[in-house]
Design a protein around this ligand. Structure first.
Ligand code: PLP
Length: 387
């Protein structure tokens, strides 16, 4: 929530964003007497089935797909796995390898690694380098995966030229896009119209955690990665999470209806935040070209400051954010995204991602503008984290 609700400035909406009231209402209605298993045949089961069917239609409409092309999954990760791993093991063909961008989320990168796939260079903003992609494509490629918007730096990838290249150079391949971060901010029906598979995750746009969906259309014929009772046309076995699917659908509907206004409002807040910090913190650097980013992303680097220490001070002062780096075996590991973009590893560990969401407020921005420059100054002065 915004700081008025919690007393803290939550600026980590790219990690997860609060449940929208529309999603909560839709879910609560399914957590009591309406409890059926949609795979059954009696009335209670059929009622649950009707909920899932209605949701499938609504999700299809919002994403520019047909209802029969929607596969509900247990997360965005699972949707990406089904697309990348599944297509490489397609029952409809001889299989093949995966080609993915170097700035993809691990949900895609790890699948590509598992099949010995090819990782393609990205440009200085994190978008796939089209020449490098062209070089990596050939007859042996089963799936190409290029994300719609990057989770760390927010860069949006135009899928049109990617689809053109895939059609020309890898005639057997299908195009998958991880739209997990794009869905809140971009009209997926338009932006991903050329993709054969599209992954979304509810908790990034105000639905519940642990629910996602994959659009499967065109020539895409992924083999299931979860085997069992054959739900979701055999593509994703497991009893449906009916309340979760209803929450995902309600959140997607609200997101779609309000998107234009939210993008406009949040984009202005983000610009005030980014411009304010760039002005207030000496030597601050903005990562990536803002004009290519989703409206919610503010990614900055503060040379000389370790993000882990900065996040600690921010948390203490009531500002919740994240960094594009992880602490592995005692040493700061720079984010693979920033390294792929050509950011110096020493500088990559000084990054801060402030991500806004549908319920972000001006008070969140005010709080960050007050707290971040002070924390950076304190760390640079050597005061560091209180011992
Ligand atoms: N893809 C991207 C770009 C993401 O940002 C995330 C989550 O951070 C995922 C996939 C995984 O989604 P989920 O958290 O639903 O498993």
């Amino acid at each position: 929530m915004g700081s008025s609700a919690t007393g803290r400035a939550y600026l980590d909406h790219a990690a997860t964003t609060p449940l929208r009231p529309e999603a909560r209402d839709a879910m609560l209605g399914l957590l009591g007497e309406r409890f059926g298993n949609p795979s059954g045949s009696h009335l209670t089961a059929r009622r649950a089935r009707a909920v899932v069917d209605e949701c499938r239609e609504a999700v299809a409409e919002a994403l520019g797909a047909q209802p029969g092309e929607v596969v509900f999954t247990g997360s965005g990760t699972e949707a990406d796995n089904l697309a990348v791993l599944g297509q490489c093991r397609s029952p409809a063909g001889p299989g093949g390898t995966a080609v993915v961008g170097a700035a993809e989320h691990d949900a895609v990168l790890e699948c590509a690694r598992a099949v010995g796939g090819r990782v393609v260079a990205v440009d200085a903003d994190g978008a796939v380098d089209l020449d490098a992609l062209a070089d990596a494509l050939d007859e042996s490629v089963a799936v190409v995966s290029v994300m719609l918007a990057n989770n760390e730096v927010g860069t949006v990838q135009s899928l049109e030229p990617v689809a053109e290249l895939v059609a020309r150079r890898a005639p057997r391949a299908v195009l998958h896009t991880d739209a997990v971060q794009g869905c809140a901010w971009l009209d997926v029906a338009v932006a991903a119209a050329r993709a054969d598979m599209v992954a979304i995750s509810a908790h990034k746009f105000g639905g519940p955690q642990g629910t996602g969906a994959l659009i499967v259309r065109g020539r895409a014929r992924p083999a299931p990665v979860i085997l069992g009772g054959g739900q979701e046309r055999g593509l994703r076995s497991g009893t449906h999470n009916v309340a979760g699917i209803a929450g995902l659908t309600a959140a997607l509907r609200a997101t779609t209806e309000q998107r234009a206004a939210t993008v406009e409002r949040v984009g202005r807040l983000r610009d005030r935040l980014a411009d304010g910090l760039l002005a207030a913190v000496p030597d601050a650097v903005e990562t990536g070209d803002r004009a290519r980013k989703v409206a919610s992303n503010c990614h900055l680097r503060f040379p000389g400051v370790e993000s882990e220490a900065l996040l600690f001070l921010l948390d203490e002062a009531g500002v919740e954010a994240s960094a594009g780096s992880a602490c592995a075996s005692g040493a700061m590991e720079p984010s693979h995204v920033l390294v792929a973009m050509g950011v110096d590893p020493a500088e990559a560990v000084s990054s801060l991602r402030l991500s806004l969401g549908w319920c972000s407020t001006g008070a969140d921005v005010d709080r960050a503008l007050e707290v971040v420059p002070e924390a950076v100054a304190r760390l640079r002065a050597g005061a560091g984290v209180a011992s």
